[in-house]
Design a protein around this ligand. Structure first.
Ligand code: 5AD
Ligand code: SF4
Length: 440
């Protein structure tokens, strides 16, 4: 038997990176690696990186600086960089930090095992191609180990939208969708291993257009209905969606598919039509609001979440006010907001930038509004009956924690349920960032 080596993976950024890290761990598992939770005893460290904002990318270089000292103490340690910084910067990473042995882009993970062998020979390994082969196919040999009740499953990758601020179309490449049957097989495998809830992932998940079992192109709604048939799978979610790809059959699925959870992440970025146009979003604030009206007509209790960018080039106070107005109209259950970050190579990088202090102040005002809405919606849950998917033990003895349909974290005292159980609970209290409930 091959000796076992230890692998430490640190994941940054979005949920797709979480999914990719699991795949990389499985790929290197075949080369004799088992995962460890600390970098100190690792034989290989992999940073699965995010390039979406400047801060995210800079963090990687400071982390690599720290990792370098581990390597000085243990010269056999291999250091790898995966993910979107790897894709965007390639060999530049090794130039900036010579301690790095391996750089692998998000489309090349199935070649990790070969790359690892190369590093063992003392060579550097670099692969940031967009290969024609299907990396998911090459990575499909999944172990049978038990899994947590909620899992991610990537169904679509890449983006053709080219929003003027965004690096994703460059780092993740053009949009591609996996065939329906492969996704269903992977879902069944996850369910056999204890998974009850699957979140379908894609940078533009509702643009999904994979080949169906009948040879035709299927949309996301058709895929969801196919997954609805999987016994033992209790809940389906999907993220992240683009307003322009919210087709009628997907909205209908929110009305009629009981396994599809009433939560929708639908980023709008700005509430100003002038800015939306400059962002190349090809929708208006009004078309977005009308879309949400239709979604809420289909599923009145749906919880909306969104992404916002403040301080996009040329954004005026009036534009910003339009964003606040839109937020007030939608009432978000969750929202993620960011100060615009200049990404070299994107169209917006060339434009007149908003002063940092102005953007920072707007971000504060926007986040205050969002927090207020979030708290109001959480408070409005008190007294309501929800279904919780139990995920793990809570901090107190006898306490279990899980998620409601609306993705709220709920903790339940004196709970004899185990992870994977679905329990009915009444919400009794809203505490900071979570809810408390009792079993009914
Ligand atoms: N600056 C700030 N935020 C950005 N996002 C994407 N690119 C940038 C950028 N250059 C945000 C968007 C997107 C989320 C994933 O990250 O809001 O929806
Ligand atoms: Fe980036 Fe999303 Fe726009 Fe695609 S749709 S370019 S991933 S922000």
């Amino acid at each position: 038997m091959a000796e076992t080596k230890k692998l430490f993976i640190k994941t940054y950024g979005c949920q797709m990176n979480v999914y990719d890290s699991e795949r990389m761990s499985e790929a290197l598992g075949a080369s004799g690696y088992t995962e460890t939770q600390t970098p100190d005893d690792a034989d290989m460290i992999l940073l699965n990186t995010c390039h979406i904002r400047e801060k995210a990318a800079e963090k990687i270089y400071s982390e690599l600086g720290r990792m370098k000292s581990l390597k000085t103490a243990k010269p056999d340690l291999k250091i790898g960089v995966a993910g979107c910084v790897a894709q965007a910067e390639g060999a530049e990473i090794m130039r900036r930090q010579p301690a790095v042995d391996l750089v692998v882009g998000p489309q090349s993970y199935h070649r990790l095992a070969e790359m690892e062998i190369k590093t063992r020979r003392g060579e550097k390994a670099l692969d940031t191609d967009f290969p024609i082969e299907d990396k998911f196919e090459a990575l499909k040999h999944r172990p049978k180990a038990r899994r947590a009740p909620a899992a991610f499953l990537t169904v679509q990758e890449g983006c053709d939208k080219f929003c003027a601020f965004c690096v994703v179309p460059y780092t993740r490449g053009a949009e591609t969708s996996r065939p329906v049957q492969r996704i269903v097989d992977e879902a069944k495998n996850l369910v056999e291993r204890g998974v009850r809830e699957i979140t379908l992932l894609g940078q533009n998940v509702n643009a999904y257009h994979g080949t169906g079992p009948d040879g035709n192109e299927w949309g996301l709604a058709q895929l969801i209905w196919e997954l609805d048939k999987v016994d033992g799978l209790a809940r389906i979610r999907f993220t992240t969606s683009h307003p322009n790809d919210m087709q009628d059959d997907l909205i209908d699925a929110h009305a009629y598919c009981a396994k599809l959870m009433p939560y929708l992440h639908l980023p709008v970025q700005s509430g100003s039509d002038r800015i939306l146009k400059r962002m190349n979003r090809s929708h208006t604030a009004d078309s977005y609001l009308r879309l949400i009206e239709r979604i809420r007509a289909a599923r009145p209790d749906i919880l909306m979440s969104g992404d916002f960018i403040v301080g996009f080039p040329e954004e005026t106070e009036e534009d910003f006010q339009a964003t606040l107005d839109l937020i007030k109209e939608v009432r978000y259950g969750y929202a993620y907001s960011f100060k615009y970050s200049t990404r070299p190579g994107t169209p917006a990088a060339e434009r007149a930038q908003v002063e940092d202090a102005v953007a920072a102040e707007r971000l504060q005002r926007l986040q205050a509004l969002i927090t207020q809405q979030q708290v109001e919606i959480q408070n409005s849950m008190v007294g309501r009956d929800v279904t919780i998917l139990i995920e793990k033990q809570g901090r107190d003895p006898g306490q279990m924690v899980g998620k409601s349909e609306y993705l709220h974290a709920v903790h339940i005292n004196d709970c004899d349920a185990i992870p994977g159980d679905l329990v009915q609970a009444r919400i009794t209290e809203a505490v900071r960032n979570s809810l408390a409930g009792t079993m009914i």
